[in-house]
Design a protein around this ligand. Structure first.
Ligand code: URP
Ligand code: ZN
Ligand code: ZN
Length: 475
């Protein structure tokens, strides 16, 4: 009987800290050896000329959420995780949303049931708290954290999700007691409503109004407020989907003061601009709706500020914020109300499959970041931040055998026809990249190769996590 189930031979192994020529030996779904000359294996994959990286972990995706009446998300668990696998990912983290007035526990249970048996890659579920009632803060949230749902997101905007300052403070307090990880969507609700009302009254209802209704100052103010609340409670928080210069400056300022503020950005803020919401000269006046997401993409100066923040270590993770809606669909971007005003265009863009190639190409291939930074920002730091480390996020004995083989020289042009998501478009249509994930291995099994997904739904598990006891603070 061979010593290994799988040997990946002749590649260059890249982790957050090292780049080495080595073979990887896998047994029982785990990495058991990283060494020279691993040969005694049931299956050998020749990785000559390829990079062997930790499988991508995307800690911010929206899958099969209920966006409200008349609107349907374009991906269920099967299609989203199929796209994730094709795009070099081995784990994604979607959100169970508490409906206002409803039970958080019931929402989590129902969401988990939807995921079980459907996923191609492993899934770890965050929560979204929309209604921090006494029952949620006192019982449901502590019990769910103990059960392995150790992270949640709160919103400072959106009618059905926004928390006021007192609610944010109360939730932060419980997170501190329980050692839970809090993600914050930082955009100011009242300012957005004020601007949206004015734009609509002035007849500015086209998709570009979305960008005008959410300028950088709206994000900067909310980021500062979230940072202040976190300082007051002495709680580490993650400010997610940071879009531009102003919020980045707030986070850099907080970090320089020693505050435990962590940050996430996404490829859309590195490659798209608000101009895309104008439709870029396309005949279709609604085409800009394809780029409507919150916060909106900004401008080239802001892209550079975010790249600079990445290089300076201000950002911990680059996620997709995959939030897919079909474009040409009355239950998607072109719903009847969305045609009447930007306010009703569902927020979000598909990106789980394109996150890694876009970021690799713009980051590594263009010389902005190192391969090791890429591994940290797309896998290792996600695992560390959200309680999946040392099970996932690196390449060493004991880790899950979750690996992505990259051809750093392969040129590809992103097109809807080569993607696997449920959306009917990609915001990166025609985007040329250098560097491509040619094989995705999860738990020692090849799940995607050269754009073909080979796994069956149900291969991926729903993972439980545990908080680091050091993060649980009573006082
Ligand atoms: O526009 C976005 N980002 N939609 C998804 C929900 C969120 O705020 O992350
Ligand atoms: Zn958000
Ligand atoms: Zn999101």
């Amino acid at each position: 009987m061979p010593e290994f189930d799988l040997a990946i031979r002749g590649g260059t192994v890249v982790t957050a800290s090292d780049t080495v020529r080595a073979d990887v030996g896998v047994r029982g779904g785990r990495i058991v050896a990283v060494a020279e000359g691993i040969a005694d294996a049931a299956r050998v994959i020749d990785a000559s000329g390829l990079l062997v990286l930790p499988g991508g972990i995307d800690s911010h995706v929206h899958i099969a959420q209920d966006p409200g009446p008349g609107i349907v998300m374009a991906d269920d668990f099967a299609s989203a995780t199929r796209a994730a696998a094709a795009g070099g990912n081995t784990c994604v983290m979607p959100f169970a949303v508490q409906p206002r007035g409803g039970s958080l526990r019931a929402a989590v249970d129902a969401y988990r049931a939807k995921a079980e048996g459907q996923c191609h890659v492993d899934v770890a579920i965050h929560m979204i708290i929309s209604d921090p009632s006494e029952a949620v803060l006192g019982q449901e949230l502590p019990a769910l954290v103990a059960d392995g749902y150790t992270s949640f997101k709160v919103f400072m905007t959106y009618d059905d999700l926004v928390l006021n300052d007192r609610q944010l403070l109360d939730v932060f307090h419980v997170a501190r007691l329980q050692g839970a990880r809090v993600m914050v969507h930082a955009e100011g609700y009242d300012a957005i409503r004020y601007l949206s009302d004015r734009l609509e009254r002035a007849g500015e209802t086209a998709p570009y109004g979305h960008a005008l209704s959410r300028p950088e100052v709206v994000e900067r103010e909310a980021a500062h407020r979230a940072i202040s609340h976190a300082e007051l409670i002495d709680l580490p928080i993650v400010i997610v989907h940071v879009s531009g210069r102003e919020a980045t400056e707030q986070i850099a300022w907080a970090q320089a003061r020693g505050l435990k503020i962590r940050a996430e950005t996404c490829p859309q803020y590195l490659t798209l601009t608000a101009e895309h919401m104008k439709g870029l000269g396309l005949d279709d006046p609604m085409a800009g709706a394809k780029y409507v997401c919150s916060p909106p993409p900004r401008d080239v100066q802001s892209q550079e500020a975010v790249w600079s923040g990445i290089r300076r270590g201000i950002f911990d993770v680059v996620s997709s914020d995959h939030s897919p809606f079909r474009y040409d669909d009355p239950q998607g971007k072109l719903n009847p109300r969305g045609k009447s005003s930007f306010r009703w265009i569902p927020n979000g863009i598909p990106g789980v499959e394109t996150r890694l190639p876009v970021f690799f190409s713009e980051g590594v291939s263009k010389g902005r970041i190192s391969l090791n930074q890429f591994a940290a920002l797309t896998a290792t730091n996600h695992a560390k931040l959200y309680g999946l480390y040392p099970r996932k996020g690196s390449i060493a004995p004991g880790f899950d055998a979750d690996l992505t083989l990259w051809d750093p020289n392969k040129r590809e042009t992103i097109r809807q026809e080569i993607l696997h998501h449920g959306a009917d478009y990609t915001p990166w249509e025609g985007f040329a990249v250098t560097g491509w994930p040619v094989m995705t291995i999860a738990g020692g099994q090849v799940i995607a190769e050269d754009g073909r997904v080979l796994s069956e739904p149900g291969r991926g598990r729903v993972l439980d996590r545990a908080v680091d006891p050091a993060e649980r603070r009573d006082a």
